[in-house]
Design a protein around this ligand. Structure first.
Ligand SMILES: *Cc1c(COP(=O)(O)O)cnc(C)c1O
Length: 307
């Protein structure tokens, strides 16, 4: 990874290399932590964090769900993001990925974590297209996972929780080792849930369809794409889909802060549409990048500029 200079930890800036933690950190053992993935884009007016307030709100909601009593409030967390980008500005040549994490620290072992200290860190570094620049342009190959998405009966998908990501990580590993780029996870009823860290859309007969949030995170990028679709007068439906409906879709793509908008050109060895980036996908991508790069006035309120 591309290192930066400073990491924000519990209210202070520390050197990247000194950003270590005790081996008996609670979260390291049992996986209870809440995180976000946020991006700061390099615009013509300097760096701007995309939908920072929405990410912070979701982070605090995740902490609430997970019984993590975050020592920092909404405004403090937003400001810490801004300060962190400012402090590291010299290191940032292109778009930046930001990773805040609220976690259980050192002092208590055993599962009952009420008395455990809660710590928070934020790191930021240069990170390009998560599924590759070629993926953004030409689409990726996806495999339906043998793992099902965490069931709402056992885990809580409204939290962006580290522990939820064991499921994602296993699915991703399997897909990669099988020679694919990404996994598609079904829910415990067999309907399409999402990718390992992305939501999914399909296009059929000019209409956009994306599954509801029954088993997936309330994605900020998905919400952005729905708004863009409305601007472009593209009909949008939020309803369940099945894997075979993806096979016969005209277009399909993943959305996420990391993945941005990445076309899916193949699922389970079946070519989707013409097997490359679709027309509507391209239109949505163009609008999306216009917005995040500050070239669409209507969405100026989505951007927090770093000056
Ligand atoms: C983060 C995440 C997404 C994407 O959400 P964004 O808000 O668009 O970044 C989708 N699914 C899961 C499981 C995630 O953790």
């Amino acid at each position: 990874m591309e290192e930066a200079k400073y990491i924000w930890k519990d209210g202070n800036f520390i050197d990247w290399k000194n950003a270590t933690t005790h081996l008996l950190t609670h979260s390291l053992h049992y996986g209870n932590a809440a995180f976000e993935g946020t991006r700061a884009y390099k615009t013509n007016n300097g760096f701007a964090i995309f939908r920072l307030q929405d990410h912070t709100k979701r982070l605090l909601n995740s902490a609430k769900i997970l019984h993590l009593n975050c020592p920092y409030d909404f405004d403090e967390i937003n400001q810490a993001h801004i300060d962190l980008i400012k402090k590291n500005l010299d290191c940032f040549k292109s778009n930046v990925y930001i990773r805040p994490l609220i976690y259980l620290g050192y002092g208590v072992m055993g599962l009952y974590h009420k008395k455990s200290p809660v710590n928070m860190m934020i790191a930021a570094w240069n990170w390009g297209a998560y599924l590759g620049e070629d993926g953004i342009q030409n689409g990726i190959r996806v495999k339906t996972s043998s793992f099902i998405r965490n069931s709402a009966k056992s885990l809580m998908g409204k939290a962006k929780a580290s522990a939820n990501y064991l499921n994602s990580q296993m699915a991703k590993y399997e897909a990669m080792e099988c020679g694919f780029d990404e996994a598609l996870l079904l829910d415990d009823s067999g309907f399409v849930a999402e990718g390992s860290g992305e939501c999914i859309f399909i296009v059929r007969n000019g209409k956009l369809i994306t599954p509801p949030h029954d088993n997936s995170l309330e994605s900020i990028t998905q919400d952005t794409v729905i708004k863009i679709a409305k601007d472009l007068n593209i009909e949008i439906y939020q309803r369940r889909i099945t894997r075979d409906e993806i096979y016969i879709a005209d277009e399909a793509f993943f959305t996420g802060t990391a993945a941005e908008i990445t076309p899916i050109k193949e699922l389970d060895f079946i070519k989707i549409g013409n097997g490359s980036r679709g027309e509507i996908t391209k239109k949505l991508q163009d609008s999306f990048f216009e917005i995040v790069l500050g070239n669409n006035k209507k969405y100026n309120n989505y951007l927090t500029y770093i000056d």
